[in-house]
Ligand binder design. Structure first.
Ligand code: C2E
Ligand code: MG
Ligand code: MG
Length: 555
């Protein structure tokens, strides 16, 4: 009964290997009925190959040898199709140790093989894009380097990171983000040669490996990839544009092994990003110094946030008509024991790239609300507090909720809070004006920082609930001696008036600038002329002094 019902194919032969019995599973698996195979040699029938190995049965027949063998074979079905099988063969011996029969049992291994291949594929490929993963890539990379070494050729590595991918993921959702990665993978495949390897390392990082003799090939390939990303991506109902930054390293010029080359390309990619993105850069030695500096700064910044090593200064914003201080801008400061005061111009970009900005931004907001809550303007009423918000903070799903938390925690009135976003933030959030609307509904105002330096279209501004435009310092610097700067400022003021937005000029250093701005109809001003950014206690003293002056000056 066991013989008849087991799932394994069993075939019994005599000592000269002629079939004497085969079970039902044998018929099912091989397609040969028992009656048709009686008296035949199963090895010839199934093409197992044992019969072609003269020592194979000799060993099984050897009275002192093992009477058992097992291993993987390839079998042929009656239909001619072959399949992998796991087979065990036992030699059955009589009392004199002479072999009387052989029993061979085997099962169809196809399913296991398929599963094994799948596992193998999974282990070496990225499930999202189907591209090779880091493991497989590393393997191919090592081999290409070896080959390049032998043939004295070059080997090119390109490290691609998509620009602002996180924003897409955060605003349009992960499903869209995934879809974008798949389409990017497809486009990369289209521009590469068959002999090149493209892999996804994770996130939005891709690497391309190309063998070559000329370094020009690398520029050519990098440019081809940037071009391939240029066309808009249709993702469901959304059409988006995205660019990439590419770092290039070349064997043997930039490193002797895979890990050196990988690091070099990664560093070059960061350099491409900081050069303004959507470009490629070859690795150079001085880049690695800069990266080192950056990493150092990143670590220092994390420590500073944890140990309360940052502080906030406040710069007054003046109503030009009467000199009253009606608002202040919070500006983060990082006093470092070794380096002195580190400028936010240096560490904000690092904080943005590394994601630290999300913690830092909320920290500044909380600190500023705590410092300024209850402070009156010199004209009476609660002081307006402007806090800078970077795009990465703004894009977080929980941004509005976090702002609300800080307000309720500190008791700061929403109506006195203003968030400064830059024009570039506006470009990204064109679609998610919803965030601005919900802030507006809470009573929070919005101002556009560094206005004039980006390329916002009038249309974009028109649709959004923006309260104030801050004219960038670069226009104010030349205001009194350049007609161009003056007409730009006039145009901006006209734009602001037509959109019913308040206007403030940044970076006023001289009295004649302030006077001209007042005449041109600019409501407010901010700059060293009035005051530098001050620590909170100095700010209080400053406000008291302004109040006194204004009172004395009043008729
Ligand atoms: P911003 O928001 O445009 O801030 C104005 C900058 O101009 C400040 O530089 C301020 O000190 C400087 N400034 C003000 N008046 C004058 C003037 O009359 N002459 C000159 N030459 N400069 C003037 P700061 O504090 O170095 O900040 C630089 C930038 O760093 C800020 O530009 C802002 O974009 C960013 N930043 C500062 N604090 C934060 C923050 O808490 N969060 C974020 N996301 N960014 C911040
Ligand atoms: Mg600002
Ligand atoms: Mg500004």
């Amino acid at each position: 009964m066991v013989f008849g019902t087991t799932a394994e194919a069993i075939v019994i032969t005599d000592a000269s290997r002629r079939v004497v019995a085969a079970n039902a599973a044998f018929a099912r698996i091989t397609g040969h009925q028992e009656a048709d195979v009686l008296g035949q040699d199963p090895d010839q029938l199934l093409g197992t190959g044992h019969d072609r190995d003269p020592s194979f049965y000799r060993q099984l027949l050897d009275p002192v040898g093992s009477a058992y063998w097992q291993g993987e074979i390839t079998c042929r079905r009656a239909s001619g199709e072959t399949f992998p099988a796991w087979e065990s063969i036992s030699a059955v011996r009589d009392g004199d140790l002479r072999v009387t029969h052989f029993v061979a049992a085997f099962s169809d291994f196809t399913a296991i093989h398929v599963a094994e291949e799948k596992l193998n594929h999974l282990a070496h490929h990225d499930t999202l894009t189907g591209l090779p993963n880091r493991l497989l890539f590393d393997d191919r990379f090592e081999r290409s380097i070896e080959q390049a070494r032998r043939t004295q050729q070059r080997c090119i590595l390109l490290f691609l990171d998509l620009d602002s991918f996180k924003v897409v993921n955060d605003t349009l959702g992960h499903t869209t983000g995934d879809e974008l990665l798949r389409v990017v993978a497809g486009r990369l495949g289209d521009v590469l040669r068959r002999s090149d390897t493209v892999a996804r390392l994770g996130g939005d990082e891709f690497v391309v490996l190309a063998g070559s003799t000329q370094p020009e090939d690398a520029s050519h390939l990098a440019q081809k990839i940037l071009n391939a990303l240029r066309a808009p991506f249709d993702l469901g109902d959304e059409q988006i544009r995205i660019s990439g930054s590419i770092g290039v390293s070349v064997f043997p010029d930039h490193g002797n092994d895979a890990s050196q080359l990988m690091r070099a390309a990664d560093i070059a990619m960061y350099s491409a990003k900081s050069q303004g993105r959507n470009r490629y850069q070859f690795f150079t030695e001085d880049m690695s110094e800069r990266t080192h500096e950056r990493m150092h700064m990143e670590q220092g910044l994390r420590r500073a946030i944890e140990s309360d090593g940052l502080t906030v200064h406040y710069q007054p914003q003046i109503r030009l008509a009467d000199g009253q201080v009606v608002g202040i801008e919070a500006l983060v400061r990082w006093p470092d024991p070794d380096q002195g005061m580190i400028s936010p111009m240096r560490f904000i970009p690092v904080a943005e790239d590394s994601g630290i900005i999300e913690t830092l931004g909320i920290w500044v907001l909380r600190r500023a609300c705590r410092d300024i809550v209850g402070l009156p303007t010199t004209a009476g009423g609660h002081m307006r507090l402007a806090v800078n918000v970077s795009v990465r903070q703004f894009m977080r799903d929980d941004f509005v909720a976090r702002v609300l938390d800080v307000l309720s925690e500190t008791g700061f009135p929403a109506e006195a809070l203003e968030l400064e976003i830059t024009e570039s933030t506006l470009q990204v959030i064109e679609r998610s004006a919803g965030i601005l609307e919900s802030l507006k509904q809470l009573g929070i105002s919005i101002s556009i920082d560094d206005f004039g330096t980006g390329y916002s279209s009038l249309g974009v501004l028109r649709g959004l609930p923006i309260d104030r435009i801050k004219i960038d310092r670069s226009f104010i610097v030349d205001l009194t001696d350049s007609n161009d700067a003056r007409s730009m400022v006039e145009a901006m003021l006209a734009l602001g008036r037509s959109l019913r937005m308040d206007m403030i000029a940044e970076g006023i250093e001289h009295g004649d600038q302030a006077e001209l701005l007042r005449q041109l109809g600019c409501n407010e001003g901010q700059g060293f002329l009035f005051s530098r950014p001050l620590p909170v206690d100095e700010l209080r003293r400053h406000l008291a002094a302004v109040r006194r002056d204004n009172e004395c000056g009043a008729p």
